[in-house]
Design a protein around this ligand. Structure first.
Ligand SMILES: Nc1ncnc2c1ncn2[C@@H]1O[C@H](COP(=O)(O)OP(=O)(O)O)[C@@H](O)[C@H]1O
Ligand SMILES: [Mg+2]
Length: 290
C-alpha cells in the first residue's frame, strides 16, 4: 500500500502506520514548529528523536513499550502497539486499569525514567490486558522527585472529569484534556458514560475559534521550546465538582485512586515521601487560587 491509512497529528509529531520489515509499524516524524527558530527547531527535533529512542530501549526492561525498529534524524519507526488508548476507554474500564498505569509509572520511575507526558493519551491497553506506555518524546533520565511528581500530576490531570459534568457546558470542552505536549484540543478525555461519548463524537468537529486555534496557538510554556508545565498550572485534586463555567478538567474522581496506587507500587520510601509532599503542596497551592 502506498498511502498510509490514517495519520495521528500530535503536538510534536505526525505518526503514520506503515509496514516495516514485515511488522505493523508506526513512523513518528517530528515536524517543524514555525514559532521556533529554524536551527534550534532542527536541533530539538534531532535531540528528542534520539532521546526518545534511547529511553524506549531502557524502558523496555521494565514496562511494555513499542520496539524501536529504525532511528532516523527526525523520525523513528516503532512497532505498532495494538489496543485502545486509555483516553478512548469508557471511564469504568479506565478506572479498572488505573492500578496498572500507576504500577507502570512507578516501575519507570524506579528505573530512573521520567516520562514527561504521562497521560491517558499515551497509554494503550492491549487485547491481552497488558498496558503499554508510548510517546517518550519528552522523557528523560532523572531521579528528581519533582519530575516524578509532575508525571503523577500530569496523569491525574489527564483523567476525565467524572460523570456529572455540567449540562450547560459546551460538550466539546468536556472532551478536552490536558497534556504537556499541548495537544489539548486533539485528544479527548475518557468518556464518563456512553452519553458523554456520543456528545463528544458529535462535537468532534469542534475547534475553538480565534486565538485558541491550534495553528495560531502560541507555545504554551516557554518559547525556548521547553514545554514542561509548572506545578502551579495544575488544578487541585479533590476540590468541588460543581461546574464553574470554565473548563473543568479537575477533579477527576479517579485521581486519589491513581495516586494511592502509585504510592503503593513505589518502592523507594524517601522518593515516595518527597513525591507525596510535592503532590500535597501542589494541591494546597491550587486551592489557594495559585
Ligand atoms: N507504537 C505505537 N503503536 C500504536 N499507536 C501509536 C504508536 N505510537 C503512536 N501511536 C498513536 O499515535 C498517537 C500520537 O503518537 P505519540 O507518540 O503520542 O506522539 P505525540 O508526541 O504527537 O503525542 C498516539 O496517541 C497513538 O494513538
Ligand atoms: Mg502523545
Amino acid at each position: 500500500m502506498f498511502m498510509a491509512e490514517i495519520s495521528f497529528i500530535g503536538a510534536e509529531a505526525v505518526v503514520t502506520p506503515l509496514e516495516f520489515l514485515g511488522f505493523s509499524a508506526m513512523e513518528k516524524t517530528r515536524v517543524r514548529k514555525r514559532y521556533r527558530n529554524g536551527s534550534l527547531d532542527l536541533r530539538l527535533r534531532k535531540a528528542r528523536t534520539r532521546a526518545e529512542a534511547r529511553i524506549l530501549l531502557a524502558a523496555k526492561n521494565v514496562v511494555a513499550v513499542p520496539s524501536v525498529l529504525f532511528v532516523g534524524e527526525d523520525r523513528l519507526i516503532l512497532e505498532k502497539v495494538d489496543g485502545t488508548l486509555l483516553s478512548k476507554l469508557p471511564v469504568d474500564e479506565l478506572a479498572k486499569n488505573l492500578p496498572k498505569s500507576a504500577k507502570n509509572l512507578a516501575l519507570l520511575h524506579s528505573a530512573g525514567i521520567v516520562h514527561g507526558d504521562y497521560t491517558v493519551s499515551n497509554q494503550i491497553l492491549q487485547p491481552s490486558g497488558v498496558l503499554a506506555v508510548i510517546d517518550f518524546g519528552l522523557s528523560k533520565i532523572s531521579n528528581a522527585p519533582e519530575e516524578r511528581a509532575l508525571d503523577v500530576l500530569t496523569m491525574v490531570k489527564s483523567l476525565p472529569s467524572g460523570g456529572e459534568l455540567s449540562s450547560n457546558r459546551n460538550s466539546a470542552q468536556q472532551c478536552t484534556s490536558f497534556s504537556p505536549s499541548g495537544d489539548r484540543w486533539q485528544q479527548p478525555a475518557s468518556y464518563a458514560s456512553t452519553e458523554a461519548f456520543n456528545r463528544c463524537q458529535q462535537a468532534s468537529s469542534y475547534r475553538p475559534a480565534g486565538r485558541f486555534n491550534r495553528r495560531q496557538q502560541p507555545p504554551r510554556f516557554s518559547p525556548a521550546g521547553d514545554r514542561r508545565p509548572q506545578l502551579s498550572r495544575y488544578a487541585p485534586t479533590g476540590a468541588s465538582e460543581k461546574p464553574t463555567g470554565k473548563i473543568q478538567s479537575l477533579p477527576q474522581r479517579q485521581a486519589p485512586k491513581f495516586i494511592a496506587a502509585y504510592a503503593g507500587f513505589s518502592k523507594n520510601k524517601k522518593i515516595k515521601a518527597q513525591v507525596n509532599a510535592i503532590l500535597s503542596r501542589a494541591r494546597y497551592a491550587t486551592q489557594q487560587g495559585a
